[in-house]
Design a protein around this ligand. Structure first.
Ligand code: DON
Length: 310
């Protein structure tokens, strides 16, 4: 199949159903957020939606799961709209090459996180949203719902509370940044917003629909709702490509070749600009904290259809 050739998604999904069973899933469910351990590790769901509204699903694609760090892309999208260029003085756009919750680089770089997707960077984005939004938790979830015209998207207070009890590394990151003057608001308020942000729940179908605007120049093709400008869309996709998988971003580009973002709930969203968005969920994670099977299946898809962006 050549890159622009017709892709028979129906046939592809029949192949995926078989391929999934042949993958030996050697990952482990995230344990540092106690509530995530309650999730059945054998769940597997996938949903692809095209910009012309074709939809293909397999497995547990209609079951809600914790999207965790995937929500950092939505937080960046809103901060990008609300904040001026000063945003980029407070957070960079370079790959970190370090784990998502690493403290090491942050001290060397005087409290300026490498990018908005490592935890430190997302905490700065949350600080900006807390400053800019009147009622941050309410306004943010309304923004998320509006993107895909879906009123059924919500936080999970159980998961947010669970992470609050064990989120010592995030507390360390934000305190370090506060000491360098890169956090404006009260630390507890920003952390509470961040834990709620990470607790957002979606199904694979909802997630694919939510992110379709990034495949269509910033406009949701299903509703014509303009979420962000085309220039910002290009930039958000670029940051996903370079930083969406932390110290495994190179591997994801190498094997899958799409802008994407993972979460420790086992979800991955990937975008093929001008074509589709695809969400996959499989809770067992590899050593870098990204879904083991999710990455394998996405590699299978872009290899089989020759539809990576490269
Ligand atoms: O802050 C944390 O550690 C989690 N709430 C989110 C981390 C995450 O999803 C990393 N992604 N693979």
């Amino acid at each position: 199949m050549k890159p622009d050739e017709f892709i028979d998604y129906q046939a592809l999904f029949s192949e995926i159903a078989i391929a999934v069973q042949t993958i030996d899933d050697i990952g482990a469910v995230a344990s540092y957020i106690p509530e995530l351990l309650e999730v059945d590790p054998n769940k597997f769901g996938i949903h692809l939606t095209t910009i012309d509204n074709q939809n293909y699903s397999f497995g547990d694609s209609n079951e809600k799961f914790s999207i965790q760090s995937i929500s950092k892309v939505l937080a960046l999208t809103l901060a990008f709209e609300l904040e001026d260029e000063n945003l980029w003085n407070r957070v960079g756009v370079e790959p970190s090459g370090t784990a998502f919750n690493s403290l090491v680089q942050l001290e060397y770089e005087k409290g300026i996180p490498r990018n908005p997707f490592i935890n430190a960077g997302a905490l700065v984005i949350c600080d900006i949203l807390v400053s800019r939004l009147k009622n941050p938790k309410h306004d943010f979830v309304e923004f998320v719902r509006m993107i895909s015209a879906n009123p059924n998207i919500n936080y999970c207070s159980r998961i947010a509370e669970s992470e609050k009890l064990t989120g010592f590394k995030n507390a360390a990151l934000i305190n370090l940044m506060k000491s360098y003057g890169n956090i404006e608001n009260d630390i507890e308020t920003v952390l509470d917003f961040y834990f709620n942000l990470c607790s957002l729940e979606m199904t694979c179908m909802e997630l694919a629909h939510e992110f379709l605007f990034l495949a269509y120049g910033g406009v949701n093709p299903a509703t014509d709702h303009k979420v962000v400008t085309a220039v910002r869309t290009k930039r958000i996709n670029a940051i996903m490509q370079l930083c969406g998988f932390y110290d495994e971003a190179g591997e994801f580009s190498f094997k899958v070749g799409l802008p994407g973002k993972s979460g420790v709930g086992g979800g991955i969203i990937a975008i093929h600009p001008e074509k589709f968005s695809i969400a996959v969920w499989s809770p067992r994670l590899n050593k870098k904290g990204n879904s083991y099977k999710g990455m394998k299946v996405l590699e299978f898809i872009t290899t089989r259809t020759k539809s990576s962006i490269f």
